[in-house]
Design a protein around this ligand. Structure first.
Ligand SMILES: *Cc1c(COP(=O)(O)O)cnc(C)c1O
Length: 441
């Protein structure tokens, strides 16, 4: 087994936590090791992300709790109203709820009967609304876990390459947990994303290029002395980061009364979220927390950045990179790290990967707002739009229970809908003028 040393885990630990300079002292709860998703080789827990034998991506392997599933359900139900209720299933110490963390999760699962009627869904339609997280996107889940890993490994600076939401989530989590942060974004993001990434007081760097350029830059920085002591949540902490997405699977099933949904529609950027939701569902089955039954996973992309959907439809196993051009900037990753795994899961579960164009994204944002009072960011427009398209194509069964993810808040992507949304009328403050506007009923 390879023993990992921690880059620059020196004595200058800040409020972020004490430096655990030898991997043996790392306490990440039930996390037992890292294992390669390709060849299965195991490594000690540490800030590494690629297999040293085959370069495959690493993921967290566990000693999961054994015993009575009903007891575990009770323990979870007695936990806090955030992701730490699932601490026994996550790579975090048992006392995680007492640490300074933004504590995301346990967002609403909204029964969307009005939207169901519009789409012709009869089997029960739900929107898992992650705009309710502390920085208004699903990214708070993954960052919360990565912060605990960063603390355990003695990092003092938190960083990331981001399509927007991640930068804000890292900024907020670092501020609260007492880390320095320095995050990297493409220079041309929506104002809402840029402001949210900057407001928490960390360093924010715009890179002249797209996300794939930002990501490449961060990989270089990690290998350079300039990046020593830095925890990049989605690069060298990626195995831990990914585990945060499992909590979506846990919450959806718990909120459905410990029952698996039949179909899930999940947005795909790098594909991490989709693959980890599948991992979470499989764990719940293995633990006996839900009854085993088939479920289908559908991936959703924007046409202007649809490398996985294109590969799915062409029957390919590999994903050919694209140069993104879409209003769904949070999903604009042209060379998605987990693309092949998404293809595998969609095919294995009988799902699909589909895309919608920008006009359909805007229509779907408005449809969700008008029917359910939920204002989604462009990524939510992508999932709702793709859901509609999949039903029309006969790929998604309207008679089955379906959960659609809204992963972000529309207030962050106002630019996408502002040109086609506004006051019905602008009038002088007089009843005559209001009558003349023809809006009285
Ligand atoms: C990052 C992000 C996703 C999914 O990202 P993956 O890289 O596929 O895990 C989905 N929705 C929003 C709003 C995001 O910011």
């Amino acid at each position: 087994m390879a023993v990992q040393t921690v880059p620059n885990a020196n004595d200058s630990a800040t409020a972020a936590g004490s430096a655990a300079s030898d991997a043996g002292t790392v306490d990440l709860g039930p996390a037992a090791a890292l294992s390669c998703r390709e060849c299965g080789e195991r490594f000690e827990l540490g800030p590494i992300f690629a297999c040293q034998s085959c370069f495959g991506p690493l993921e967290v392997a566990y000693d999961l709790p054994s015993g009575d599933p009903e007891e575990l359900k009770k323990r979870i139900a007695a936990g806090p109203d955030n992701i730490w209720r699932y601490a026994p299933l996550l790579p975090v110490p048992a006392d995680v709820a007492s640490k300074p963390n933004i504590n995301p999760g346990f967002t609403k699962l909204v029964r969307a009967d009005n939207l169901a009627r519009e789409l012709g869904v009869t089997g029960g339609l739900y929107v898992k609304d992650d705009s309710g997280n502390p920085t208004h996107s699903f990214k708070d889940r993954v960052v919360a876990i990565a912060v605990e890993a960063a603390r355990a490994f003695g990092f003092t600076t938190l960083s990331c390459s981001s399509t927007g939401n991640l930068a804000g989530a890292v900024g907020a989590a670092a501020a609260r947990a007492g880390f320095r942060s320095c995050v990297f974004i493409p220079h041309d993001l929506e104002q809402g994303k840029v402001v949210m990434a900057a407001i928490y007081g960390g360093e924010l760097v715009g890179i002249e290029g797209n996300y794939d350029d930002v990501n490449r830059f961060c990989s270089e920085l990690i290998g350079d002395p300039l990046g020593e002591g830095w925890g990049f949540v989605n690069v060298n902490l990626r195995p831990y980061y990914g585990e945060g997405s499992k909590t979506l699977a846990y919450e959806i099933c718990e909120q459905l009364g410990w029952v698996l949904p039949d179909q899930l529609v999940i947005p795909v950027a790098s594909g991490s979220q989709l693959t980890k939701i599948d991992k979470g569902l499989k764990e719940l089955i293995a633990l006996g927390l839900v009854e085993d039954k088939p479920y289908k996973i559908f991936g959703a992309q924007a046409e202007g950045c649809s490398p996985v959907s294109v590969a799915f439809k062409a029957g390919h196993d590999v994903v050919r990179p694209q140069k993104p051009n879409t209003i769904a900037k949070s999903l604009a990753i042209g060379n998605p790290a987990d693309g092949p795994y998404v293809l595998d899961i969609a095919r294995r579960t009988g799902g699909a990967v589909e895309d919608v164009n920008d006009e359909q994204v805007v229509d779907a944002i408005k449809l969700l707002a008008r029917t359910e009072g939920i204002f989604a960011e462009t990524a939510g427009g992508v999932t709702v739009g793709v859901t509609r398209k999949l039903i029309e194509a006969g790929l998604l069964d309207p008679a089955l229970t379906t959960v659609v993810l809204n992963t972000g808040d529309g207030l962050k992507t106002l630019d996408a809908v502002a040109p086609t949304t506004g006051p019905t009328a602008t009038i002088p403050p007089s009843l005559d003028a209001f009558r003349a506007a023809g809006l009285a009923r």
